[in-house]
Design a protein around this ligand. Structure first.
Ligand code: SIN
Length: 198
């Protein structure tokens, strides 16, 4: 299955005539900055909530057994906390490839803690991309994450690194922390047996 978004992202005029662009990251882009940046600042975007609803066929799972990674879903009144990076347009060559499994760049205002807001971009995997998995209970999401692994490593590392990064930012995310808690429970000796008997 392919949800490759590289061509669609390259067709946009997001980068035309710009020397630098703010990018908002809310998932692995918070904790894994494998690209050069000019500046990095904790930030948020309004009207979006983080959910482990996107399938990962290329990083944290395989086409046969996709893992689960985060996207953001529109929700009135919600605030999604993350990290903003000021980057050059050239960096999007790398980022478009990294985020190619269903993520499209969208324009969004990015809010800094000091109240300043700047226009920027965010990668969003919307529900019409073929890799979208959609809602499931937090326990079922944890079960899928526990079993998944891909070229970038175990799906559990993605979840645990994200939860740790949010704590480091001093931000709470009940959805992410609940899945983290379920995953920890599943990892306890006997937990899988107990699960199987239910
Ligand atoms: C993001 O981090 O902003 C996008 C999703 C991901 O790469 O995990």
């Amino acid at each position: 299955m392919s949800a490759n978004t590289i061509a669609a992202n390259r067709q946009t005029d997001h980068l035309t005539g710009k020397d630098s662009v703010w990018l908002f990251g809310y998932g692995s882009l918070i904790y894994k900055a494998d690209f050069p940046y000019i500046e990095r600042r904790p930030a948020s975007i309004a009207g979006w909530t983080r959910r482990f609803w996107q399938g990962s066929h290329d990083h944290r799972g395989t086409p046969e057994a996709p893992g689960r990674v985060v996207t953001i879903i529109a929700e009135a009144g919600a605030i999604c906390h993350g990290m903003a990076y000021l980057v050059t347009p050239q960096v999007f060559e790398h980022l478009d490839h990294r985020e190619k499994n269903g993520y499209l760049r969208l324009s969004s205002d990015i809010l800094f803690d000091d109240g300043r807001s700047v226009p920027g971009l965010v990668y969003i995997a919307s529900e019409d991309n073929t890799a979208f998995l959609g809602a499931a209970s937090e326990l079922d999401i944890a079960r899928q994450i526990a079993q998944s692994s891909g070229p970038s490593g175990p799906n559990s590392d993605y979840l645990n690194h994200l939860a740790a990064a949010l704590r480091e930012l001093g931000k709470s995310d009940p959805h992410v922390f609940a899945i983290e808690q379920h995953l920890a429970e599943l990892g306890k000796p006997g937990a899988q047996d107990a699960e199987g008997k239910r």
